[in-house]
Design a protein around this ligand. Structure first.
Ligand SMILES: [Zn+2]
Ligand SMILES: [Zn+2]
Length: 281
């Protein structure tokens, strides 16, 4: 398992990769561009190359994350066009940074219904991936099910991937907080979750885990991240992921609330303690 965290890329990709090593992260995540905007971003290729070489030397794995405001299922023609263009660009940036995957949020059907929303999402994914042949996979992240979000269940995500023309270009990112809030798992059903991941073929394409506790209760369908062990999921349930043989080798990335990135150093240490079975608190 590669324990790590989300890191700001505001000062450039090489700085972000140095920061990962500084924090003791064996994996990290960066946004491809401002998460609340879709404005194209200029990539500093020389700086990116420096970061990629550093990560390779240190054996650090990178996952990229695309902006939040895209909607793969939007019925609006203009937002659809912007979404396709933006995510194509995100894939290019993610590849430049050497990311194994670029996380994208599932669509929101915005009142059109689940079936129509899913159809539209598949159509959009096909458009994005038609002429993409890079090594970075597009990773569908499970949602908490806020509003009209699609992609709460493992089965739904597998169906969406298989319905596209390019399943081989698509992988998955499982967010522990979203899954808990969506009712996809909790401590008593952890084993069932892993079984379902195996049976459906999800596990083979599981590329990254977002590791978060939840401020909101089980099945609340609210996406509120909390520090590990301080929320409704709790350390015991989350530790099951760290001890799960089937998940060995997968990047485990914290997206928990911090005031300063430096706080992640301690939380990553805490994860190591949980994994070794000697928690300090
Ligand atoms: Zn996440
Ligand atoms: Zn979230």
């Amino acid at each position: 398992m590669k324990l790590g965290c989300h890191i700001s890329v505001a000062k450039g990709f090489s700085k972000a990769s140095f920061q990962a090593a500084e924090l003791g992260a064996a994996s990290f995540q960066v946004f491809t561009k401002n998460p609340r905007g879709l404005r194209p971003k200029k990539v500093d290729y020389a700086d990116a190359e420096k970061g990629v070489a550093f990560c390779r030397e240190k054996g650090i794995t990178l996952v990229a994350h695309t902006p939040y405001i895209t909607n793969l299922s939007t019925p609006k023609v203009d937002l659809h066009e912007v979404t396709v263009r933006s995510i194509k660009e995100d894939l290019h940036i993610a590849e430049t940074y050497g990311a194994i995957g670029a996380v994208v949020h599932c669509g929101k059907h915005v009142g059109e219904g689940e079936e129509e929303g899913t159809r539209r999402m598949v159509e959009t994914l096909n458009e994005i991936l038609a002429d993409y042949d890079g090594d970075t996979l597009l990773l569908l992240e499970n949602t908490a099910g806020q509003g009209t979000e699609l992609g709460l269940k493992i089965e739904d995500l597998v169906k969406i991937r298989e319905a596209t023309d390019y399943p081989e270009k698509i992988g998955f990112c499982f967010d522990t907080c979203h899954g808990f809030a969506a009712g996809a798992w909790n401590l008593p059903t952890f084993d069932e979750l892993i079984e379902k991941m195996e049976e459906t073929g999800y596990l083979k394409s599981l590329i990254a885990i977002h590791f978060n506790d939840s401020k909101a209760p089980y099945e609340s369908r609210k996406d509120r991240h909390e520090k590990i062990g301080k929320g409704e999921i709790g350390a015991e349930a989350l530790t099951r992921f760290l001890h799960c043989e089937q998940l060995e080798g997968i990047p485990i990335i914290l997206e928990t609330p911090v005031e300063k990135e430096e706080e992640y150093a301690e939380e990553i240490q805490y994860l190591h303690q949980l994994k070794e079975g000697t928690p300090a608190h």
